[in-house]
Structure formats: structure tokens, C-alpha cells
Design a binder for this molecule. Sequence first.
Ligand SMILES: Nc1ncnc2c1ncn2[C@@H]1O[C@H](COP(=O)(O)OP(=O)(O)OP(=O)(O)O)[C@@H](O)[C@H]1O
Ligand SMILES: [Mg+2]
Length: 361
Amino acid sequence: MISFDHVTKRFDDGTVGVADLSLDVPEGQVVVLVGPSGCGKTTTMRMVNRMIEPTEGTITVDGRDVMATDPAELRRRIGYVIQQIGLFPHRTIAENIATVPGLIGWDRARTAERVRELIDTVGLPEGVADRYPHQLSGGQRQRVGVARALAADPPIMLMDEPFGAVDPIVRTRLQDEFLRLQAAVRKTIVFVTHDIDEAIRMGDRIAIFREGGHLEQFDTPTAILAEPANDFVTDFLGAERGLKRLALIPVSDVKADPGPLVRPGDPRDRVQQVAATEGTDWVVVVDADGRLCGWAYVDELGEQVEATGARPFSLRVFADDSLRKALDSMVTSRTGVAVRVSGDDRYEGMLTQDILTREIV
Ligand SMILES: Nc1ncnc2c1ncn2[C@@H]1O[C@H](COP(=O)(O)OP(=O)(O)OP(=O)(O)O)[C@@H](O)[C@H]1O
Ligand SMILES: [Mg+2]
């Protein structure tokens, strides 16, 4: 959808903002540009809608060279959330959101309907439409910025640190909302941040830049975490690379183990045999319908297994939880495993540290 081919931007004073960049942004994906301050993220983004023009190389949007496209036409198809939000202070929230529809001549009724819809989409309270930006919280203003960029329903969005100005809790909530919204609207998005954790969370692909406008690595978050291209990338990824990777892999991606499984009514000698085979001093109790009853020490059981005697697992994981959550469950439970259950509490097996290690090493 957006393609950079050997693009360099040299400013008038000789500063190289972006150096020989080649990069493709596939349709419907979120590509995150990340890197330290001054590494060329905003410059890269602004070349897409010709707010900055490349010195060398070619940028195409939907197959057309941007330098051969009318800038006004280009910008109609590209929503832009600028760094620092940039709402018009003397216009109401509704007027701010209606900026682009106004420019392209939508009628009042259509615009008003769209504004109402977007206020709802980005999760703002209904009453904000007639307020001014200074009457909103920082997080609410950021949502207005996103709503404004979405107003004319552009297929492409450029978002420059859209959640930069809010506290970590609001930021996480905005990220969640963004991901939910993107799953529904599937825009092609270039998203800038200097926060690697935000990049890992939001990006289908991540482009890591370093000072001087050099692209160091461009790949999926999991691939970058698994194999950083060089020391710069490794440093930039920061500590706990293994944990960050586990956070991206769903429980459903790995094969769970049946574990030391017994049923109510099983006699003591069978329980002992199961535990011995599995190398545990406990067993997991699952009833005839496949529902998880809990776990029990082998030594505590009487002549046979009773469903009621089992201790509950305090944490359990579902198919769409992350392996990081499974690990958390392992390190906080006496059994040292994470039990996987379905939505209706049917036992689906257990995950062990061996299984995680196999997955990430
Ligand atoms: N108009 C300009 N003239 C000269 N140099 C510029 C100009 N605009 C940007 N630069 C320089 O180009 C480099 C890249 O700037 P850019 O704004 O793309 O960085 P960034 O990665 O977005 O940084 P930040 O995270 O701080 O927003 C910087 O060294 C900056 O000083
Ligand atoms: Mg910037």
C-alpha cells in the first residue's frame, strides 16, 4: 500500500533526516516506526503525504508516486494524527472532528452524523461535542485527534505518537481501544512511537531506526525479539526479551500436556502410578464430563479419588491468553504448571516450563 524505495531526505542545512530507506507497508497492517528522538520517524511519516518531500528515491501510495500526485488529493486519502495532538483551540470538539469532511464539502447532516458516530467509536462521552479542547482531559483530547483523523474514513492513517501525552494507565486503555478499532476497520497505518513496548504491542511489523535516519531492522515483533539484527536493536529492545516474546504468543500456539490426570473414583494405586510416571507428588482431577475439579497431593488421597477433595487452581489460562500469563500462573502455583481450560471450564491440558522453553529457545 505504501512503499519506500531507497528514500533519502537531506534538509537544506545538510542534516540527513532519513538515509536510503526501503520499506513496504502492506495493506491493512500497522507498521510502527520506533527509535530514539531525532532518528527520522516524523520525517519518514511526513514524506508519505508530501508534507516533506524526499531528496532521493521514490515513495508510492497504492502504486502511485506521491511526487506525481496532487498533495491535496493525497491528504484526503490519508488521515493524520500529529505529534502533540494539535487540536484547534477555538473550535469545538465537533468542529475539530469535522475538519476534513468540511474541507471536502460534505453537507451538514452527513458531517453531523459522522461526528456523532466517531465520538462513540473512540469512546468519548456524548456530551463533549460542544466543548472546547481545553475542557477535556489529555486522554480525551488524544481521542479527538484520532477521531479527527478517521473522519473522512481514509484507507491510510499516519499516527505520530498519538498516545504520547497521557499517563501509562490511560495509554494502555487507548492502546486497547486502538487495537479493537483496528481489528474492525483494518486501515493501513503508519504509527510512530519512541516506546518499544508500545511498538511491540501495536505493530504487525516494526521498523527500528537509529540516529541519522538509518533503518536497522524491519520485521514482525516476534521475529525481532527472537533475533535482533545487531547490538543497537538488542539494546533498544531492553531487558526481558524472553518475557516480551512470551507476551505475544497465545496459549493456543503450543501443545498442552495431559499431565498427571486422574478421575474421581480412580483407586489409590492407579493415582500413585500416574504420579510416578509424570514425576510429580500431585495429580490433576478431572470429572467424567471433562470438567476440571482441581489438584491434590497423592499422599492426601484416600482409597479412591473424590472430586470434592481437590484443591482449586487459583489461576487458569484460556486459549487466547498469552504464554506470559501462563508463566505467571506457573511461578505462582504450588504445582508449577499452568492449567488450560475452555470457556466452560473443560480441562484442556497443562503447560510446563519445558513447553515454554521449547517454544522460545
Ligand atoms: N526542517 C528541518 N531542517 C533541518 N533538520 C531537520 C528538519 N526537520 C527535522 N530535522 C532533523 O532531522 C532529524 C529527524 O527528525 P524527526 O523529526 O524525523 O525525528 P523523530 O524521530 O520524529 O524524533 P522525535 O522522537 O523527537 O519526534 C533530526 O535530527 C531533526 O533535527
Ligand atoms: Mg517526531
